[in-house]
Design a protein around this ligand. Sequence first.
Ligand code: AP5
Length: 184
Amino acid sequence: MKLAILGGPGAGKGTQAKILCGYLEIPCVDMGQILRRAIASGTELGRQAEPYVEKGELVPDEILIQFVRDRLLEPDVSNGWLLDGYPRTAFQAEELDFLLEDLGQKLRWAIYLNVSDDVLMTRSLKRSRADDTPQIIRRRIEVFHQRTVPILEYYEPRGHLLDINGDHPPEQVSQDILDVLVRQ
Ligand code: AP5
């Protein structure tokens, strides 16, 4: 099963990714965590990403597209994967499809965790990461509407969009997703 999970900051992507990857026994590629770890350890990817992540901006497409291309060629993801927080722009979504075509693979679902901006803000503020200040979260929510919401229109007509109410308790959200995944 090849899945992507989309949503604003604090929508519950990481929470649901962990549950789904455990249940489906597939590896999770968590883009935010990869970038944060790369920044903390000062790798080349981290140095490139840091100025964007610390302001709540998106890391430039070309950096992440290349990263995902390399990551999906690794052996642990040959039988399935879940991308957490990728794609986040129309360009990333298109490039992912080109890459998957090259690899003879197909994305099954882009799971969208649909949550209001107020809930995104409240949940994100409960955490204490360096990029979870009110000002940066506000910017991440803005960027989410400008750059990520439009890609729902890319997936919807292709029959890949799974729009899920993310404002229920985590267990119910995963149940709602799994109900669709196992029905297919
Ligand atoms: P990333 O780490 O992905 O940040 P984000 O999208 O802002 O998402 P979060 O990790 O903040 O939230 P989440 O949706 O995973 O929610 P969580 O499960 O933790 O990315 C960080 C940065 O990296 C970006 O700002 C950008 O700069 C860069 N980046 C990443 N991907 C990129 C890309 N593709 N292109 C360019 N740049 C990129 O839950 C949040 C909280 O809510 C938790 O406390 C949780 O316990 C709680 N919670 C979760 N679900 C529920 C529920 N159903 N009910 C109640 N509480 C819940």
